[in-house]
Ligand binder design. Structure first.
Ligand code: MLT
Length: 246
């Protein structure tokens, strides 16, 4: 199985994802928020690239069934029900609701990969489950890091490195791409200080300085939300076996 990595989503083309299993990694915070919303019983998360699209979708829905979520510069968008803090997506808030989610990088990255054979989101919260998902699909895979401010980010790169390490059982195979090499090498270098390193990245520091340190602490936990959403009809849904009948 070939596994490629994009350190940001900017250069991703249709050809890069066609026929492949694609995992969008936005540890801080879109992937972690989507996983939490579905884990807490949201009916679906519809990722959208901008406010216009969010408004268009909302205008065709009954207001009692959806919540608008998302951020700009880390803070909740004016007029939206929720921001992009995973901790806001409690059972009380989201059970039975469809979330229309609009974030700076994460939901844009998902849109760029819509043509994948299988599309999902990954973060530290579901790392082992995502690796099982990739193996089960038996297709070549692409890990797309959302990054931060159009640049590679430490937390997404390290998460990609962790997934590669698990997929390869710690043993690097030959013929890998430069970006897979970079992500895995960085992960191996930082593995013993991973928690500290994750908290020291630019995006983590930006969130901490805005009072979102609890989001960072939450998002760096490994395997605490073992759910892998399916992307069907432009929305992410919990797989039947993990939805627990919610
Ligand atoms: C994004 O999609 O750019 C992020 O999830 C931003 C954030 O909420 O920190």
């Amino acid at each position: 199985m070939d596994i490629d990595v994009f350190l940001t989503s900017q250069g991703v083309s249709e050809e890069d994802v066609r026929g492949r299993t694609v995992v969008i990694i936005d540890v801080l915070r879109a992937s972690s928020t989507i996983l939490t919303a579905l884990h807490h019983g949201a009916r679906a998360v519809i990722p959208v690239p901008d406010m216009e699209e969010a408004g268009r979708i909302a205008s065709n829905m009954d207001p009692s069934v959806y919540l608008l979520g998302g951020e700009r510069k880390g803070d909740r968008i004016d007029g939206y029900h929720l921001g992009n803090s995973p901790l806001e997506y409690t059972e009380e808030q989201v059970t039975g609701k469809t979330i229309i989610l609009n974030t700076t990088n994460g939901t844009v990255a998902i849109g760029r990969a819509e043509g994948a054979a299988y599309l999902t989101v990954g973060s530290f919260l579901n790392a082992s489950a995502v690796v099982d998902f990739i193996r089960e699909k038996e297709k070549d895979a692409t890990l797309i890091c959302a990054g931060h401010q159009q640049r590679a980010s430490l937390e997404d790169t390290l998460c990609a490195g962790l997934l590669l390490d698990k997929l390869w059982n710690g043993e690097r195979r030959g013929g890998i791409s430069d970006t897979a090499h970079i992500a895995h090498t960085q992960y191996v270098q930082d593995v013993n200080t991973l928690q500290h390193t994750l908290r020291s990245g630019a995006h983590a520091r930006a969130l901490q300085s805005k009072g979102y340190e609890a989001d960072v602490e939450y998002a760096v936990q490994q395997d605490s939300v073992p759910l892998v959403p399916d992307y069907i009809d432009n929305r992410l849904v919990a797989p039947p076996r993990a939805s627990g009948g919610k």
